[in-house]
Each structure stands twice: as C-alpha cells, then as structure tokens.
Write a protein that binds this ligand. Structure first.
Ligand SMILES: [Fe+2]
Ligand SMILES: [Fe+2]
Length: 199
C-alpha cells in the first residue's frame, strides 16, 4: 500500500469527531506544507513527504500497540494523536517551518537538505502541534497530554509529567521512537549487543 492509501485508511477511523477532523485536515492539506514537508532538516526522513510518512507510521504503530495492550483506548484517539503528534513541524499555515536548503556546503557536509524558516516564531514543536490541532478538534485531556508530551523524558521540561503519563501518552512516545529508529532508520532488530557497542 502506498503512503497515501495508508493515510486515507487512517483518516477513515475518525468517526465521532469526523466533522471537526475533516475541517482540520482540509485546511491542513490545502493551506500548509503537511503533504510535502520533510520530517526534519538532517535527521530521519529529511525528504519531501517525510513528515506524512513518519506520521502515518506512528499512527499505525500506535494502533498495533493498542490492539495488544489497551483495546479500551479508541482507534480514533490513536489516529488523532499518532497522525498529528508532529503537526507542529509544518510551522504555521502560510509559513512553513522547513525550507529547501540552498547552501551546498551544508547539504554535502551535514546532509542538511532543509533549513528552518528564519521567520518562524519560536515554540516547542509539540506545543505547536497541540495549538494547531486544538483550534479545530476537541481533544480529551489524555489526547492533549499525549500530543504535548510525546517526546517523553528526552525533553527536560517534560519532567513535569514524569510517572504521571496516561496510557495514550506512553503509546504515543513508544510508537514514535519505534517508528523513527526501527522502521525508518532501519536499526537492526537482533539480540546482538556488539552492534550497539561498535556504534
Ligand atoms: Fe515529535
Ligand atoms: Fe514523531
């Protein structure tokens, strides 16, 4: 299945808030770089469409975890949080966060295919995701927590929720890491401590 097909099938899982979700997605697809944005300047999926590929992957991983661990959480919650957790990476409507880099040296030496828009107003990415989504889609407290703290304890200021994460937040955090490192970067999955020692 192509990324687009996987994306469409995820969108169909939003049923209870379909009206609000559809309005948000229509705006997002038309007025922002959502469908073409990379996921980063130089790390994983720093290519056109990278953000959508990552977002679809995280939502799918969340759904798999949900099925095994917490079927009482709705698929809709997993799709809204998983698909949109990095929504802030688009920047703002009309003001994309990532611009194509024209600095040959940075591209060659640092692999920086994109650069950050110098006009962006600084804000944590997860906070921006929550800001963008909450203007359109009513969220439960757990969904808001999961979006805002999806980076878990990798972000120092997230200590304020340490040990108080809701199950949805844990699913989002783990799905994000698993998707980025194992599925996207292709880190081998094997019981071989050597591999990690040599890195
Ligand atoms: Fe993120
Ligand atoms: Fe992510």
């Amino acid at each position: 299945m192509s990324i687009k097909e996987r994306y469409e099938s995820l969108k169909n899982k939003v049923v209870n808030r379909k009206k609000e979700f559809d309005v948000f997605i229509a705006m997002f697809e038309k007025e922002t770089s959502w469908l073409s944005s990379p996921a980063s300047t130089k790390y994983h999926l720093n290519k056109e469409g990278g953000l959508l590929e990552h977002s679809v992957g995280v939502a799918e991983t969340m759904l798999k975890l949900r099925e095994t661990l917490t079927p009482e959480i709705s698929e809709e919650s997993c799709v809204i949080v998983g698909l949109l957790h990095d929504a802030g990476k688009i920047g703002m409507p009309g003001k994309p966060r990532y611009l194509k880099n024209d600095n040959e040296w940075e591209i060659k030496k640092r692999g920086m295919t994109y650069k950050i828009n110098p006009e962006e107003v600084y804000m944590g990415l997860a906070a921006r995701s929550l800001y963008l989504i909450a203007k359109y889609i009513p969220l439960s407290d757990s969904e808001a927590q999961a979006i805002l703290y999806h980076d878990g304890q990798y972000v120092e200021s997230n200590r304020e929720v340490a040990h108080h994460e809701m199950p949805l937040t844990l699913l989002a955090h783990f799905a994000d890491l698993w998707t980025a490192h194992i599925l996207e970067e292709g880190r081998p999955v094997k019981e071989d401590a050597d591999y990690y020692d040599k890195k």
